[in-house]
Design a protein around this ligand. Structure first.
Ligand SMILES: O=C[C@H](O)COP(=O)(O)O
Length: 260
């Protein structure tokens, strides 16, 4: 029998946003660390993005696992050091063991005035400091009752602008992750529909087609167990929010990724 080809590498992770207390973050991180062997054996990259306050404690927990769990930050500033009160340096993030920096989440765009221009500068800073930008993109409005292709076209147009702005700021050849998160599907009861997500993410992949660096596309927005199976045609992995608060759900997602 011919050898089984290696599984395509998947990726899954979660941002804790501002949901947990420090003590809950630490016990959660220990539980995530216990999933590292399963993720490694399943050919899945696993990442955790706690809040800034808990990054160093999480780094210390995760650095003691034999299998890697990638540590992420929820944002960064675009300068490496200086008089920028209240901001966090990408150089410091790198120093404490962060390897992924999330940028442009819909909540940051909507509540904190994050713009494509800012996000592009931050993406450049992340790459300059040897980390991977995880850039969130997505359309604001839910599909209306019109043709599905119109909703896909509108989503792709909004995402294209967001993506091209960030891509223009980072050297070709650098690794980047895009999380397609339709804004209307974040915090909802269920993820966006399969046909919509697969059609949009296929187009997003085309937008990155000419790039030499590794580009991965995730889906986020009420994702949980059962989501990846539906979307695997279009995405490399998932970015979970609330439905990863129960660690067993993340374990189920990794198991699903292993099977598919
Ligand atoms: O960062 C994750 C996304 O915003 C999804 O969050 P959610 O799954 O709670 O909707």
């Amino acid at each position: 029998m011919p050898p089984v080809p290696p599984l395509e590498r998947r990726i899954v992770g979660t941002s804790l946003k501002m949901y947990f207390s420090p003590s809950r973050t630490l016990s959660y991180t220990k539980n995530i660390a216990s999933l590292a062997p399963l993720a490694a054996a399943s050919n899945v990259d696993l990442f955790l993005i706690p809040d800034f306050l808990n990054l160093t404690s999480c780094a210390s927990i995760l650095s003691s696992t034999p299998d890697p769990v990638l540590l992420g930050a929820q944002d960064t500033y675009f300068e490496d050091y200086g008089a920028f009160t209240g901001e966090v340096s990408p150089q410091s993030l790198k120093d404490i063991g962060v390897s992924i920096v999330e940028l442009g989440h819909a909540e940051r765009r909507r509540l904190f005035g994050e713009t494509d221009g800012n996000i592009a500068k931050k993406a450049a800073a992340v790459v300059r400091n040897g980390m991977i930008p995880l850039i969130c993109v997505g359309e604001v409005s839910a599909p209306s009752s019109g043709p599905a292709s119109a909703a896909v076209g509108m989503a792709v147009r909004e995402c294209r602008t967001q993506m091209l702005s960030a891509l223009a700021a980072i050297p070709d050849g650098s690794e980047v992750i895009f999380a397609y998160e339709p804004v209307w599907a974040i915090g909802a009861s269920e993820p966006a529909g399969k046909d919509h997500v697969v059609a949009v993410t296929k187009e997003l992949r085309r937008i990155c087609g000419e790039r030499k660096g590794r580009v991965r596309i995730l889906y986020g927005g009420s994702a949980g167990p059962g989501t990846f199976e539906n979307l695997k045609e279009g995405v490399d992995g998932l970015f979970l929010g609330r439905f990863a608060h129960e660690v067993g759900n993340l374990e189920k997602v990794i198991e699903e990724m292993k099977r598919t």
